[in-house]
Structure formats: structure tokens, C-alpha cells
Design a protein around this ligand. Structure first.
Ligand code: PMP
Length: 285
């Protein structure tokens, strides 16, 4: 059975799921998206993802041509059509087909695309032994230029940093903001542990407000762990006891080495391991 892809109300075979080469999503990265997970047939924090999608769209003057309830139904229908219970969902809204000029007023209408697929998980070894990452020289988009809180189709900033990481043999890379502070990884948020306290950059460091980040903050506070959203530098990362990344695809993943410096004792720490277990429990039960 061919995978079905939702486009504008229709479920099409993957091979026939196509949009125009004039779509401004393709020509200019003009659009917004979400990446979500479903566990046991239920989308994790669907409402928060839809809220973030609508907020991203609002800032770029993109009107999503359906209600949130209809979008939620379309997501669930697409999962059901593909019989996917544990998988990954990519929700994309593009500006639509326009002319070769920039003017979005000349675009037809926004295209709504829902792709559901099996999740490609990182090897279990990364969760057990942790990742090595580097700091990319490409800094995160300046919030006054393209705010990282907008999950736009324009991911070139992150891709450039990802390439730097890959060329150094790392699957993730840390990005700094225009002030030289720690922002986030190319597709994940970052947390440190120091003296038993969880530290993470605040939203005004120029980061995506990660839905996994929110869930981990809640889990930590619920477990009596103090959480501080505070500006962090590379020095803070180097002297941290523990470090981990969070994201819908990666979930919670330990980082044990950065820029050729071991973090703590170079092994995933106890608070990281505890939060990995709590997050798995939250999503799987
Ligand atoms: N930062 C960036 C740049 C991202 O693209 C993502 C999503 N992959 C995240 C953080 C994590 O966000 P979430 O937990 O909502 O997936």
C-alpha cells in the first residue's frame, strides 16, 4: 500500500502528492511547518503544535485556510489512512503558487500538506552513551530579521550549522545568538545541569519555543528539580555537570562532549537519565 499524503483536503498516493514549482514555499521558503510525534495513535501535544503553527502563520501574514479543529481531524485522518500509530507527522502550510516575483498577494491560496511516516529514530546508543557536538560558527537568525520563534520553511540558517556539525562528524551542532550566548541546536533545544539545577536559554535568547522543552520543564519541576531560564554562554556549557537536547524527533538526548571538551565525567548524568525515563513514561503511558 502506498503511503497517503494529505494535500488540501485530499488523501493522495505519495507518488502523486505534488504541488506547483511556482509555490512560494519552494521558491522562497515562504510558509510554516510543524514536526510532531504520535504515540500509540495519539498525537503528543497536538493542541500546542497547532497553536504554534497558527502563531507562526500569524506573524508572516499567512492565513491558514481551515479551522484548528479541522486541521486536528485531518492529522488524525491521515495517520489512520496510513495505519500509523507510532510515527512522525510533518504539517506544512505554504504561501501557494504565485509568480516568480516576491509579492505574496499574487499567490493563489495556501497549500496545506500533512505527511505521516515512520519515525527514523537516532540509534539507542546515542541515548545510552550521549552525543558529541560542536559549536557552529553560523549564528542563529537575529530575532529582528527572522525570529527563531517562527517555525518557517526557511531553515537554511539551521542547515548551514547542521552541515558544519556533519563535517565535524557530529549529528547536531550548537548555535549561538547575535550576543554570543547559547541559543539552541539546529533542530533541538538545549538544557544544562549545574549543581542539581536545570538551566536553559530563555525565549528571548532567540530560540524556538520547543514543545518538548516545555514538557521537560514541567516534568523537572514536577520532580522537584529547580529550572532556571537564563542567558548561558559556551563557558556555562563547558563547566556544566550534564547537558541534553530536546525535540519532537530526538525526544531527550544526552550530550557528553562539546568542542572537544567532555561535559561532566563524559557520561550521561543522573538528572538527564531521569528526565529521559520520565519523558518516555509521559509519552508512552
Ligand atoms: N529548535 C529548533 C530550531 C527546531 O527546529 C526544533 C524542532 N525540531 C526544536 C528546537 C524543538 O522543538 P519541539 O520540541 O517543539 O520539536
Amino acid at each position: 500500500m502506498s503511503l497517503k499524503v494529505y494535500i488540501n483536503g485530499q488523501l493522495l498516493d505519495k507518488e502523486n502528492a505534488k504541488i506547483s514549482v511556482y509555490d512560494h514555499g519552494l521558491l522562497y521558503g515562504d510558509g510554516v511547518f510543524e514536526g510532531m510525534r504520535s504515540y500509540g495513535g495519539k498525537v503528543f501535544r497536538l493542541k500546542q503544535h497547532l497553536d504554534r503553527l497558527w502563531n507562526s502563520a500569524k506573524t508572516i501574514w499567512l492565513e491558514i485556510p481551515m479551522s484548528r479543529d479541522d486541521m486536528a481531524k485531518a492529522v488524525n485522518d491521515t495517520l489512520a489512512a496510513n495505519q500509523i500509530k507510532d510515527g512522525y507527522i510533518r504539517l506544512v502550510v505554504t504561501r501557494g503558487a504565485g509568480t516568480l516575483g516576491l509579492d505574496p498577494n499574487r499567490c493563489s491560496h495556501p497549500q496545506v500538506i500533512i505527511i505521516t511516516d515512520k519515525i527514523e529514530l537516532y540509534p539507542e546508543d546515542f541515548y545510552r552513551n550521549g552525543l558529541e557536538i560542536i559549536t557552529a560558527s553560523t549564528m542563529r537568525n537575529h530575532p529582528a530579521a527572522l525570529n527563531p520563534r517562527i517555525k518557517s520553511l526557511n531553515y537554511l540558517n539551521n542547515i548551514l550549522a547542521k552541515i558544519e556539525g556533519l563535517k565535524a562528524g557530529c549529528i547536531e551542532a550548537l548555535m549561538l545568538n547575535q550576543k554570543g550566548e547559547v541559543a539552541e541546536a539546529t533542530g533541538d533545544n538545549i538544557f544544562l545541569v549545574r549543581g542539581g539545577v536545570l538551566q536553559t536559554p530563555p525565549l528571548d535568547a532567540g530560540i524556538l519555543e520547543g514543545i518538548t522543552r516545555d514538557a521537560v520543564i514541567e516534568l523537572a519541576r514536577g520532580a522537584g528539580i529547580e529550572v532556571r531560564e537564563m542567558p548561558l554562554t559556551r563557558h556555562d556549557v563547558y563547566i556544566a555537570d550534564e547537558c541534553f537536547l530536546t525535540g519532537s524527533a530526538a525526544e531527550v538526548i544526552p550530550v557528553v562532549k562539546i568542542d572537544n571538551r567532555a561535559i561532566g565525567d563524559g557520561k550521561p548524568g543522573p538528572i538527564t537519565r531521569d528526565l529521559i525515563a520520565r519523558f518516555r513514561k509521559l509519552t508512552r503511558e
